[in-house]
Each structure stands twice: as C-alpha cells, then as structure tokens.
Design a protein around this ligand. Structure first.
Ligand code: MOS
Length: 690
C-alpha cells in the first residue's frame, strides 16, 4: 500500500457543507406531509400510570394524536428493555418517555404535550449510589464482556508487607453526554417498510434493533445517518427517539419528526455512571509496585444491566506481583447508564493515575519517573507482550515538551501573585481493537472509484480518513475516489465506538480495494463498472488475541487563586502513541477534544441528583457546566511515529477516546501540587479547596 494520502492533513470532505448549513441532519430532510412529535417524560420516579387524559391535548389546534401505553402500536420485547416504550403503564425512572404528542407543527406538538394529563400511583424509590447500599451485587461480567473480578498473587499479604502504601477512595459524579445534535429522527412508513433518518453512531446496528422491535425483516428497514452532530457513546445503539418516532409515524400514518430537547437528554439516553473507587497501592522504597487493588462501585437501572468496566484499566496499566480488581453494581430507580467517551477507562484512569500521584508523593519519587519504573512490556493481565507499548516514550517526550525537568515536587512551591501554580502528570491507555465490517469498491469506466461502507462520521472526520485509506489501497489519487457512508443500505459495518471505527471500516475497505485491483489486472472494461466486495468477519475473528493498546501521557499546569480557590488552566499537553495517524488535522481535533472533555470532567461537569425528585436537577447547559474554549488557554496534542504491524491493515490504534483517559487525573494532580489539597471527589470546585 502506498502512503501518499494517509498521513496528510486533508480538510473534512463535508466541511464546506457543514459550515454553510447545507449538510442535512436527521430532522432537516424535506419530507412531504411531515408531522412533529414531542416526547412526554414521566413526572414520577417509580410507579404506575393510572390514567392518561388526552382530552385537552387533542382539542388543541394542530394536534393529531397522543400515543401512550393504552393506544401505541405494539412492539416486540427485546433485550434492549429500555426501548420497550409506551407498552406498559409501569414507570421505572423519572424522565422515562411515557407519551408522545404528534401535531402538524413543532409548536403545536409542544403545546399538546403540556396539556396531556397523566396520573400515577407511586412507590418509594432509591436513586443515590452509596458504597454501603444494601443492593450491591456482583454482575456476571462487565462491559462489554470482561471478567467482573481478577486476582493474581495475594494482594492482602503483599499490601500488608510493603513499606509504602496508598489507600484512597475516589468518587466521580454522573456525567451526561451532550452532543450538539440531540437524539433526533425523521421516521416514515411506506408499504410496511420503515425509513428513518436518524442521528446515531451506527446505522447497521439501529436497523437491526428496529427490525427486531417492529418484527420486520432487516431489508424492510433503512436507516440513514449521513451527518451526525456527535454522540460520545450515547448514540451507540438505537435509543428512545428513533423508537418513539417510528411508533408515532405508524400510529398517525404520516412521517414524523422527533428531536429530544436538551433537557430530555439528561438521563434517558444514557450517561456515565457515578463511581466510587477504592484504590490501594503498595510499593518498595524505590517506588516499584508490589501490590495493586482497584475496587469499583457503579450503578445500573432496574430494567437493564449496564456494568461499567471501571477497574479494567488497572488490569493492564502497571505491573505488580499481587493484583486484584473488583466491580460491584447497584440497581437503582434511574435511567440506564451507558457509554460515554472511554466508558470504564476514563473514570478508572482518574482513580489509578491519581493514586499513582499519591504514591509518588508518599515514596518521594517524581511522578514521571515513578511511572517509568513501573512500565512493563508484558501485559500483566494477559501475560503476553504488548504488540507495542510506548507509554515511556510518551512520558519522556511529554516531559521534555512541557518543561517538566527541574520541577520542585513540594506542594505550594510556586506562586505568581495570588495564584498558586502547580503541574501534574498522568498516564493514559486505551485498547486498540477492531470489529468485523464489510465494504465494496467499484471501478468506473471514467477512471474514478466508488467505495461503500456503512461507517458513521459523528463529527470525527471518519469519512475523510476512510477516503484517504481507500485511495492508498486503490493506489490512486484521493480525488478519484468517492466514498459513501452513513446508510444501512450500504455494506454492513460496526458502530463508531470504542475507538474502533477507523480500524474496522478501513480493514474492510482495504480488503475490498485489494480484491478490486485483483479483478482489474486486465483493466477496466470500457463498457461498465467492476465491483469487489469484502467482509472481514473471518479475518478479524481469527486474529490472535494479543494485548493491543494505545498510550499517552498528559501534562497539565494549573493556577489556583489562593483566596478564592478558583482553578484556571494554564496549559494542557498530551503526547500519544496511537499507531499510524491517518489525518493530522482531524486526529489533533479528536485528541484535544478528548483532553478538553477530561478537563471538563475534572473541573466542571457534575450531574446533581436530588433524591426527593429522584432526578438530576441541573439538566440543561446553563446549570450543567461544560468546559468552553476560554477555559483552555493552551492545549497541545502530539503523537509519536508509531509502527505496529500486529493491529490491522491500516495500522491504526484509534484516537477517539485516548485523549480523555488520564486527563482528569493530570488536572487533579496539578491542583494538589499547586495547593497541597488532594480532592478525591470530582469535580474540583472551589468550595472544596478552601
Ligand atoms: Mo464511544 S463511548 O465508545 O461511543
């Protein structure tokens, strides 16, 4: 494969359409006779609907229908229990969608929703995660299929015998996925077939779920997701909006557009579970780890089990002879938590990389050096060598670029007027995986090529990256290649998630391109097209199970107002080792986006739940704070030129999530260095510092 296009900084193919507003999102397609849906959330936490009074709503101008459990079309029960909407009077969490109003305009639908009256019988509820909750249990496995607990050596004995020990408990709150575009769908039924334009991270997967729910053959469902305004994991599977829109469109026998409001995103579409994490580290006096234990507690709902793999990061990051990790879960009367950028690794790394900083202080060793001393070529979890592990190289290059050398480790040692200055570091890692995909490549008589794969570009630049890979695989300039993604009518492909979009889709694209070149040995017939297809199911499935990870090192400088405790960020700098980087422009954007989101987690974001209401009280962007551009004065991302031949044909490791991993710990560690105060409960608000 030539490398002319891969590695070059092409602007996004759809960039012009996006900035000029001509790129169409799910509810922007012109559709004849379209109507508007408005979701009605439950006002109670747990209970039963006893009566739905639609009289006033139906009398309101423009309102066509009110769907609820008493009249909505039936859908099949599915494993996705939270999608079994409008089927039963039971309410499992506050905010569960219990009705949909359909009207001829958005305003009429909204007004109709206000006029629907629902009575409930309610019962007691439990919505707050605690480490002594009587409902704590051990799930069978954690997301997606990791063992729940691991143990090697004898942690208790190793820990007790060590000269240096850290025992710290870290808490993270609920974090809410807030893509710019909400979950939104335009649904149309034609002759028993369902067409949806939907905002999601994987149209093939949404099609499969809709086919199951509506008991249709998959070929009777088409899901189009041309442009998607973000997801951060919350659109990784079909969610409520697409189901409600499809139900409503069937009920009124007209196309229905339904977009959730910003407030309606806080909970029912998934969120990052709160965690309570106890980390115990033991080391010898040289800082070599002898025992590591990470016990993680998180929550799920009463209707579906999502067990976040919070402690999995700790299984492979640093070596020690005695190691243990555990996960415990509580079923609460809450919406089901779900993926949010690096689910598991992100909160887990916050705890472990904070504890490593505490260990560095306890043993009196520089935190960069401490991590270098505990590096390992062999995955402590699998017992096999990593295909490549460049954590140390990231730490060294980061330290050099950041100007780490000569740092005075004592807290409160730097001051600039009223500002206390501190620096912090954290390691970062994220698995490099791939899933089976299919794709086709077509040669056209005019010398151009068409590549088709149902990938999804959720704003990452994925479309452009696969186009670059395709051009090199076809051995032609990218200008001659047309790429089609974002439609379930295209060859089936996995979701944009787990940082494995590009690795998975490009694998199939490269194989299709190779097959096409094989077919074209004798040239393109002047009369027509030649198409080759590829399906990587077998090849991906037979890949040896080696430990494959991307790595990073995150460096942060903060300043903290000595009187008010206000934390500001001077600098954030990350160095990553993520295999081959396909497009420096979009890669940088992914990495600094992840780092910014980690900063947001450290300082700003916090879902505040009020047990009396059983819901988050700050459910909008005025009260749920998210880091903005002005909060990051300087942010830099670099990467190593890493070659790893044991990954996938494009040699990529994935970059969507690694940027967030460790970032919050680096901020917290810098705050400790600045102030001497160790905050173990995010976010780091000023009231916790003074
Ligand atoms: Mo990402 S949270 O794996 O969609």
């Amino acid at each position: 494969m030539s490398t002319d296009a891969v590695g070059r900084a092409y602007p996004r193919l759809e960039g012009r359409e996006k900035v000029t507003g001509t790129a169409r999102y799910a509810v922007e397609y012109p559709v004849d006779g379209v109507t508007y849906g408005w979701a009605v959330p439950s006002a109670v936490v747990r209970g039963r609907i006893t009566r739905v009074d639609t009289t006033r709503a139906l009398a309101s101008p423009g309102v066509l229908a009110v769907l609820h459990h008493g009249n909505a079309p039936r859908i099949a029960p599915s494993q996705q229990t939270e999608l079994w909407l409008l089927q039963e009077p039971a309410v499992h969490y506050r905010g569960q969608y219990v009705a949909v109003v359909v009207a001829t305009s958005l305003e009429a639908a909204r007004e109709g929703a206000r006029l629907v009256r629902i009575d409930y019988d309610t019962g007691p509820h439990s919505t707050v995660l605690t480490d002594d909750h009587p409902g704590l249990y051990k799930p069978d496995h954690v997301n997606p299929s990791y063992p729940t607990d691991t143990a090697e050596g004898d942690f208790d004995a190793g820990y007790a015998a060590a000269p240096v020990r850290v025992d710290a408990t870290y808490r993270t709150p609920a974090y809410h996925n807030n893509p710019m575009e909400p979950h939104a769908t335009t649904a149309q039924w034609r002759d028993g077939r369902l067409l949806v334009h939907d905002s999601n991270q994987g149209a093939s997967s949404v099609r499969a779920t809709l086919a199951e729910l509506f008991e249709l053959p998959p070929e009777s469902v088409r899901v189009v997701a041309q442009h998607v305004g973000g997801g951060f994991g919350s659109k990784g599977y079909a969610k409520a909006a697409v189901v409600l829109a499809a139900l409503a469109a069937r009920h009124v026998d007209r196309p229905v557009r339904l977009a959730l409001t910003r407030q309606q995103l806080f909970g029912p579409v998934g969120y990052r579970t709160p965690t309570i994490q106890r980390v115990r580290l033991a080391a010898d006096t040289d800082g070599r780890l002898t025992a590591i234990c990470h016990d993680a507690i998180s929550q799920t709902s009463t209707i579906h089990e999502f067990a976040e793999q919070t402690a999995v990061y700790t299984r492979s990051m640093y070596a020690a002879p005695h190691r243990r990790t555990t996960h415990r879960l509580v079923r609460l009367d809450v919406p089901t938590p779900f993926w949010m950028r690096a689910p598991g690794e992100c909160p887990g790394a916050y705890a472990l990389e904070s504890a490593m900083d505490e260990l560095a202080v306890a043993v009196g060793i520089d935190p960069v050096e401490l991590r270098i001393r505990n590096d390992t070529d062999v995955d402590p979890d699998q017992g096999r060598p990593f295909t490549s592990r460049n954590l140390v190289a990231c730490l060294r290059e980061g330290a050099q670029r950041f100007g780490w050398t000569g740092r005075d480790p004592s807290p409160r040692s730097r001051r600039d007027g009223r500002w206390l200055i501190g620096t912090g570091v954290a390691g970062s890692s994220y698995p490099a995986r791939a899933r089976p995909s299919s794709a086709t490549a077509t040669a056209r008589p005019d010398g151009s090529f068409l590549v088709r794969v149902n990938a999804t570009d959720i704003g990452t630049g994925a479309r452009t990256a696969i186009w670059q890979v395709a051009a090199d695989a076809l051995g032609v300039p990218p200008e001659r290649v047309e790429i089609r993604i974002g439609d379930s009518a295209l060859p089936t492909a996995p979701v944009a998630g787990g940082s494995m979009g590009t690795s998975s889709w490009s694998w199939a694209v490269i194989r299709a391109a190779q097959a096409l070149r094989e077919k074209l040995r004798d040239g393109v017939p002047p009369t027509g097209e030649v198409t080759a297809e590829a399906d990587t199911t077998e090849e991906v499935g037979s890949q040896p199970a080696l430990p494959r990870y991307a790595y990073g090192a995150q460096f942060v400088e903060v300043r903290v107002d000595a009187d008010t405790g206000e934390v500001r960020l001077n600098r954030m700098l990350g160095v990553f080792a993520a295999g081959r980087v396909v497009n420096p422009t979009t890669a940088r954007s992914q990495l600094i986006g992840g780092m910014t989101m980690g900063l947001s987690m450290a300082l700003h974001e916090e879902g505040l739940l009020d047990e009396r209401y059983g819901d988050w009280v700050n459910h909008d962007l005025a009260t749920y704070h998210i880091t903005g551009c002005a909060d990051v004065e300087s942010i830099e991302a670099y990467w190593l030129d890493e070659r790893d031949d044991e990954l996938n044909p494009a040699a990529v490791k994935g970059i969507g999530e690694i940027g967030i991993v460790g970032a919050a710990a680096a901020v917290a560690n810098a705050v400790h260095h600045a102030t001497g105060v160790r905050i173990r409960e995010l976010p780091i608000r000023l009231d916790k510092l003074i």
